[in-house]
Design a protein around this ligand. Structure first.
Ligand code: SF4
Length: 233
């Protein structure tokens, strides 16, 4: 089996796969460079800190205690066939397989659909701001292609929007909600941007970060558009 590069491991979480006890594997490598990234140590592929075979042994020992394994990152799909093979091995242990993705690899996501049960997809901002936020020209189109192809599978998805006021406005959030609702998305999570110590570009204020969450009209409008809206404050 080709080796995947694992840069982090969370052995137990209740919030990373809806309704299931899960472990999370953080894979190294990401094609994007988001201004607010809090996992910068994972952005270069480099060599993994965890031995994949030993991690698989650990997971084998958690059969019956955990229900799902989530592949996060970085961008797990950047590791190509190696990650698909590893997901198959995880699935063979009886776990559900989750994926947190930025949607940059629609073709890989199509192939992963035979294994992955649930996806958390980042919809980072509107088209006009995407490049400035992620540092890549084609990321928005690829993310939309990934979204549409995953919706076509009928499998579970949560679309996540992180409200960093440097890159998103309330009207932009409303516009994104319209785009998602028009596609039939039912589960979304609206996440507060929380500055972290190595976000050297951060100039945001608490009021600016909270504006998305304390506007009752905006909340009511968005809540009425979807089956589930999680406001992660
Ligand atoms: S997609 Fe995620 S891991 Fe990659 S740079 Fe953006 S925030 Fe960081």
């Amino acid at each position: 089996m080709p080796e995947i590069q694992i840069g982090g491991y969370v052995p137990f979480t209740t919030i990373d796969y809806p309704g299931k006890l899960a472990a999370v594997l953080f894979l190294r490598g990401c094609p994007l460079r988001c201004a607010y990234c809090s996992n910068r140590h994972l952005l270069d592929v480099g060599s993994g800190e965890y031995d994949p075979a030993k991690v698989l042994d650990l997971l084998r020992n958690r059969v019956g205690k955990l229900e799902a394994i989530v592949f996060s990152g970085g961008e797990a799909l950047m590791q190509g066939d190696a990650v698909l093979d590893y997901m198959r091995a995880v699935k063979a242990l009886g776990f559900s397989v989750g994926l947190h993705t930025n949607g940059f690899y629609p073709e890989m996501l199509r192939r992963a659909a035979e294994i992955v049960d649930w996806v958390g997809l980042d919809f980072k901002t509107t088209r006009d701001k995407y490049k400035e936020l992620v540092g890549n020209d084609v990321a928005y189109e690829r993310m939309l292609e990934s979204l549409d192809s995953w919706l076509g599978t009928g499998r579970g998805i949560e679309v996540r929007i992180t409200c960093d006021p440097r890159f998103i406005t309330k009207s932009a959030l409303s516009e994104i909600a319209d785009i998602l609702a028009a596609r039939g998305v039912q589960n979304i999570a609206i996440q507060k941007y929380i500055p972290h110590f190595d976000d050297e570009r951060d100039k945001t204020t608490p009021d600016a970060r909270e504006q998305f969450f304390n506007d009752t009209n905006l909340r009511d409008k968005i809540n009425a558009m979807f089956e589930n809206v999680i406001w992660r404050e």
